[in-house]
Design a protein. Structure first.
Length: 62
């Protein structure tokens, strides 16, 4: 079990670093809102995070 927890923690940290590298601080804020909303079972907070991440991924329409 400790190995599974370690692998899970490494995956989460790596994913956060990729989001920060690709989308900057705004991406981290969106990911944080999404995570907090899911854990707190707050649809409005998780929706705000999901919308923010979706806007970042969609990017400017060139």
């Amino acid at each position: 079990m400790p190995v599974l927890a370690l692998v899970s923690a490494v995956f989460v940290i790596a994913f956060e670093q990729i989001v920060q590298w690709r989308y900057g601080a705004t991406g981290i804020v969106g990911l944080l809102l999404l995570t907090i909303g899911i854990k707190a079972k707050s649809p409005s907070v998780s929706s705000a995070g999901a919308v923010l991440l979706a806007l970042l991924v969609a990017g400017p329409a060139l």
